[in-house]
Design a protein around this ligand. Structure first.
Ligand SMILES: Nc1ncnc2c1ncn2[C@@H]1O[C@H](COP(=O)(O)OP(=O)(O)OP(=O)(O)O)[C@@H](O)[C@H]1O
Ligand SMILES: [Mg+2]
Length: 302
């Protein structure tokens, strides 16, 4: 997967154990925002994402896609009121976000935040070291000592440069502060750079395509495709079927009214583009659906 010897713990390796180890399993997931517990956003999501598969999630605005991504990662603004999420055979709902990340789960944000004062390079190196240290923070691990699992500065620079090349990012990018003054497209590329460096085993990409022009979309999609491997599962949240022309999903799911209302193959995305979400919602018994008949138009290319 990379020509350097920097590989986070367990990355890319498919454990030869029970099936539960090899998939993210979401069962009957109910989620409320902590700020308003009376409002249920997710009302029983069932979804299984095995390693090696790409699952796209599509759904109307406000249907809970980002909430699902946040709940999987352990965002403190959301509370799980019912259901379970297991990964590597472990119940992850009791784990902090950083522990989930150490277990190989990665979230690319729909709206990345800036961190003035922290350079992209320092941020990535710290994150990689934390990831390589693993869940239990192995005592013998020393980030400054390659003999004790650490990544040398040289090896890290080589890895970062290789991944930046993949995403067609300028060298100066590494010295800039995280997302500070970044264009929308640059923010999305930094999310992808993080993914490329951290080499997750379960990648959740929340509208990584939004705000990208056609060329940037292709570069980002190629970056994701270059990372696909049998050891990694992908949950790809998107509004646009266009992204799925570049990253071919194994399955497409429609999330609406807090549940997965329909699942299908790649052609389901084409059908949604043609017909909107109305038919799926009405077939699920939501006769009152008066939302957009078709997904919002794709942004103009420039
Ligand atoms: N912290 C919160 N407090 C109150 N309501 C929230 C909170 N977070 C999300 N919601 C509401 O939950 C619903 C789902 O929001 P979410 O961001 O998950 O939707 P989405 O499917 O990602 O939408 P989009 O396609 O626009 O990104 C929205 O109506 C939103 O206003
Ligand atoms: Mg969203």
């Amino acid at each position: 997967m990379t020509d350097t010897n920097v590989t986070p713990t367990g990355s890319g390796a498919v454990p030869a154990s029970a099936d539960g180890d090899n998939q993210l399993v979401i069962r009957d997931l109910h989620v409320v925002p902590v700020a308003d517990r009376s409002r249920e956003i997710l009302a029983g999501v069932d979804l299984t994402v095995p390693r090696g598969e790409v699952h796209a999630i599509m759904g109307p605005n406000g249907s809970g896609k980002t909430t699902l991504a946040y709940a999987l990662m352990g965002h403190p603004a959301y509370a799980v009121t019912r259901g379970s999420v297991t990964w590597k055979g472990m119940d992850i709902l009791g784990l902090s976000p950083d522990k989930r990340a150490r277990l190989g789960i990665f979230l690319a944000f729909q709206y990345p935040t800036s961190i003035p004062g922290l350079s992209v390079a320092s941020f990535l190196r710290t994150a990689l070291n934390a990831r390589m240290r693993g869940l239990d923070g192995q005592a013998e691990y020393d980030p400054s000592d390659p003999a004790r699992g650490g990544v040398t500065m040289g090896a890290f620079r080589k890895l970062m440069r290789e991944k930046m090349g993949l995403l067609k990012l300028d060298d100066a990018f590494a010295g800039r502060y995280v997302n500070e003054g970044f264009s929308g497209g640059e923010k999305k590329r930094l999310e992808m750079l993080q993914m490329a460096v951290l080499q997750p085993e379960m990648a959740i990409l929340d509208e990584t395509d939004s705000g990208l022009d056609i060329d940037a979309l292709r570069i980002v999609a190629e970056g994701v495709n270059a990372q696909l491997n049998p050891g990694m599962g992908v949950l790809l949240i998107t509004h646009y079927q266009r992204l799925l022309n570049y990253i071919t999903p194994d399955y497409v799911h429609v999330l609406a009214r807090g549940r997965i209302l329909k699942s299908g193959g790649r052609d389901l995305a084409l059908q949604l583009e043609e017909e909107g979400y109305g038919p799926v919602l009405r077939a699920a018994g939501y006769d009152d659906y008066v939302g957009d008949e078709a997904p919002e138009p794709e942004p103009a290319a420039h």
